[in-house]
Design a protein around this ligand. Structure first.
Ligand code: SAH
Length: 233
């Protein structure tokens, strides 16, 4: 059995043709992309590195990392976003980038200890067993490698901001994009990372200002947040 929810994958496939439209449902991903890219690059120094992007979707982060890194692989289980990602990379002339439709756990069994950097962004909250994905990401990293996650915190404020605010009031995301029960507290993510043998290196919050319509990184992890981990050398 694959650790995936068919309905979740279908949601992303349905919208796949809009993935690179910065004014579409994917606007938030386009907006946060430079912020997360800089943070990852600052910590893990992408230049020349072998990178895996888990749950890459249409490739917004994977392609941006490929422009700085050695070789990037993007994996996802939704076929249409992967098709969009491949086409976009081709059109953009980014050649050090390949995409595969494969489960994280399956790739971990096939290529353990392969990647200098593993990123898994905005994906864990769509998966039935996120701890297993964290474990697989840890397995895929080389000793001394970096593993990054981002997801949504679970508390009354994140319910208000990430679901009511983003889906119903500001309409940044389609209704039903996120399910509150699947949100992940930083303490839970930290525990799964530790159980996978990773050591926590830092975290950042991502805050949205509805007046300027901009995101920024901050110390406030109450809604959207990023976590950086390392696999011991
Ligand atoms: N990581 C990308 C896309 C986030 S959208 C970014 O931040 O820009 C969430 C992605 O996770 C979608 O592309 C969806 O197809 C993928 N996804 C959901 N469940 C998955 C699973 N079990 N395995 C792999 N990918 C999955």
């Amino acid at each position: 059995m694959t650790n995936a929810d068919a309905q979740e994958l279908a949601k992303f496939s349905e919208l796949a043709h809009k993935w690179w439209d910065p004014e579409s449902e994917f606007r938030p991903l386009h907006q946060i992309n430079p912020l997360r890219l800089e943070w990852i690059d600052e910590l893990a120094a992408l230049r020349g590195k072998t990178v895996l992007d888990v749950g890459c979707g249409g490739g917004i982060l994977a392609e941006a990392m490929a422009r700085r890194a050695g070789q990037v692989t993007g994996i996802d289980l939704a076929a249409k976003p992967l098709g969009v990602a491949r086409l976009h990379a081709l059109e953009a002339g980014v050649a050090n980038l390949d995409y595969r439709e494969i489960a994280t756990e399956a790739l971990a069994a096939e290529r353990p200890g392969t990647f200098d950097v593993v990123t898994c962004m905005e994906m864990l909250e769509h998966v039935p067993d996120p701890a297993a994905v964290v474990q697989a990401c840890a397995t895929l990293a080389k000793p001394g490698g970096w593993v990054f996650f981002s997801t949504l915190n679970r508390n009354p404020k994140s319910f208000l901001f990430a679901i009511i605010g983003a889906e119903y009031v500001l309409r940044l995301l389609p209704k039903g994009t996120h399910e509150y029960a699947r949100f992940i507290r930083p303490s839970e993510l930290a525990r799964w990372a530790r159980e996978a043998g990773l050591t926590l290196q830092g975290s950042r919050g991502m805050e949205y200002n509805p007046l300027t319509r901009r995101y920024s990184l901050s110390g406030n992890t109450s809604v959207n947040y990023l976590v950086a981990c390392r696999k011991p050398a």
